[in-house]
Design a binder for this molecule. Sequence first.
Ligand code: AQP
Length: 332
Amino acid sequence: MDKHVVLSGMQPSGELTIGHVAGALRNWVKLQHEYDSLFCVVDLHAITAKQEPAKLRKWTLDVAAMYLAAGVDPQQSTVFVQSHVPEHVQLAWVLTCLTGMGECTRMTQFKEKSDRYSDNINVGLFTYPILMAADILVYNAHVVPVGEDQKQHLELARNLAERFNHRYSETFNVPEPYIPDIGGRIMSLQEPTKKMSKSDPNTNASIFLVDSDDVIRNKIRRAVTDSESTIVFDEDHRPGISNLITLLHLATNVPVEQIVQQWSGATGYAEFKETVANAVADYIRPIRERFLTIRADTDALNAVLESGAEVARKRALKVLRKVYKKVGLVAL
Ligand code: AQP
């Protein structure tokens, strides 16, 4: 029996953080053995915000190299750059013509991003979820690992798949979300009620996967907690300390309850922060070292992306041809 298809991607809008490992990469590494897996660097999504061309180029290769460093195996998975497969954009147009204005205006991420980038509320930001739907549907993906903030976008992809199938004929799978288990969401070290982000202008707020051991330790030592002194996991009322517990869980695999139990006698944060700092530095070190080796060999990295794009294009073209035909576009 053919394996089900999984697709996911990240924007090259900065250097990846430990949040990307927690919420996505470590799941991709597991999923690639069970699924027919496609992982792309979604550079076309990144340009919905202003990007410096040289940085965008660098980050695109950095993100691809980080996928591999985190354990995505190009022998198992198709790793590619979104803009290398123009069929995504071609399908997006067809889907755009099936999407109601209201469906895009309702998107909470559009509202948030319009506030954040009020000097650049472009149409791409508005129609971004349709391109994301095309990314998924052009491979007929069954499963899409998504964070909480992407669930609404996946819902649109599901609606568009159903709408197309209903209007023309059965064509697309209706993709299901894959929601990561507990410990999947890492918060900012400086504003722990906010998600840790690669493009946060305060670099102390994020642990980047390229950070050195010392930088990581210092960032954790300086992490914002609260005025209490007990180690308690309560994301609503004690977000800072809960985030540090999550990080320790991620780095050591020790269950959250066990960590809380072990530290129940603590009367301050200093020693706990030191433990978290060392554990996180140990966790990231091998990823960073593999990344540096992979990134240094640009020819090999480009070869992975080239063969990934070739495989992806072949698959995407097959679906796109079917779609164009059903819509009534004349083939040459
Ligand atoms: N802090 C996080 N905790 C858990 N998961 C996270 N992800 C990102 N940050 C965290 C997961 O990574 C995947 C892809 O992310 P993306 O790069 O496409 O977009 P994003 O979620 O918008 O990431 P950033 O870092 O916040 O980007 P910017 O700063 O450019 O907006 C998703 O699965 C996401 O859940």
